[in-house]
Structure formats: C-alpha cells, structure tokens
Design a binder for this molecule. Sequence first.
Ligand code: MN
Length: 289
Amino acid sequence: MTTPRTGADLIHSMHATEGAGFEVRRPFPTSQLSMVDPFLLLDHMGPQDWAPGEAQGAPDHPHRGFETVSYILQGAFEHKDSAGNAGRIGPGAVQWMTAGAGVVHSEMPAKEIQTDGGIMEGFQIWVNLPAAEKMKPPQYQEILASKIPEVTVDDGRTLVRVIAGSFNGNEPAVSTHTPIAYWHVLLGTDGSFSGDLPHDWNAMVYVIHGAVTAGGVDADESDLVILAPDGESVEIVARGSQPADVLVLAGLPIREQVARYGPFVMNTREEIIEAFEDYQSGKMGQIAF
Ligand code: MN
C-alpha cells in the first residue's frame, strides 16, 4: 500500500480574457500562485457558445523557452506555426508544442466554428523547460483522440485518459522533456481513482465538472487542489451522487530561476529582453502559408 497524499491547498480559479477575447478560468498564474513547478499556467477555456462570426482565438503570436499543451473537450482548434507545422485538434485530441528557441503560432477556432458558431472548450497548460533545453529547435506533437490510451478502473466506474506519464503500466501518448503526468480522469457516480505519483513530484487535481474529494479536500468545479509531498499516490472520489471529471497534473520540479513576461519564459531578465529583440527582428520567423 502506498501512502496517499493529502491536499495542502485549495485554489479557486480566477476569470480572465485571453487571445483576441475568449474566456478562461485560471487557477494559476495569479498574484497568489505564480506557478506549480514545472507548470507555469493552467487555463480552462470555455465552454463558450459562439454565435456565427463571433468566435475568437489567439492569432499570430510568439513563444520561447517552454511548451504549450492544448487539450480539446468540445469544438476544434486549428494551429499553424512558423516552423511549418499545421494541424487541427478536435474533441479528445492533444497538441504538445515545444516552443524552444522560438516559434510564432496561431491558435484559432476551426473555420466552421468561426463561420457557423458553436461551443469551444479545452485546456491549455504551459510546461517549463530546463535552461539547457530552452533554446532547442521547436517541436510539434499532435495526438489524435484515438491514440490516447484509455484505462478503466474501479469496476468500470472510472475512465482514465493517459495523455502523459504512465498510469498502471499504460504508456502515455506523448513524450515529455521532463517527467510529467497528465491524466484526464472521468469518475462515474460514486466513482473513485487512485494513481501512483513519485513523492518528489509536484502534483495537483483540477475539477472540470462535478464535485470531488481529492487528497481528503472537498473541491468543486473550477477548483484546484494542490497535493502535499507526503505520500506516493493521489486518491480522488466523486461526491454529490453525480459523475465528475478532473485533470491530474504532476511533474518533477525543475527548480531553476524563472523570468517570465507575456509569451516568453526564461531564466533571467536579460534573456527576456533578448527574446523580445529576437522576436521583433524576425528571428522567430513568421507564418508563411
Ligand atoms: Mn500560444
């Protein structure tokens, strides 16, 4: 038996507007919580029901020094970048983009949602890179929903989508630069979940829908439970006689100095200034198709 971790903190999301004007719920970064190393940002986009011609995304913008990871629940996003990658991610799919030394990309609702309207919902997380990997060439991994392993536990009451980090011996869909777990856990009524996580990883549970107890802490929709480093597993149960679903995010902390401003995350203020200069002088390229 492993010792379950206990909840150390309960964070309520703040509301923010991102890109050209879409709504997000954001447990961090805020003035109270700047990051959960190696995670720099957690945004729950929508669900937002767009009228025809109204849907907004994030047109051409740069990143350097970290990774942006998108996971779509409803609707579809279209991506293009200055490294020549393009893709469409629909419900259940993941895009894992390593900005590395620098990339300019656009993240827009799919054409038909822009034209006809529709519901968009998903997540974007930002994952930091160690100093030694911040200036590596950009990479792009796109994972179809059908390629993400799904594991059933708790006598069929709970489904786990294994996006990153192995779960019960099931290998994840993506490879990561530092050790990370990213699991979407869907609990049926009274469903439960237990997952092993190394005690030296930072770990948290974000409630997407419903109500749960995670690490002994009651949390509702849009809440984030930060787990203490006092055990080797995370235990979650659905409460309130209804289904619930959560994200479990965990990772080995990088433990380096972080300098961040807007779309750039580096180690020093000088490197942030250099990033702005490199972007403005065109060194991160442009979307040329
Ligand atoms: Mn972006």
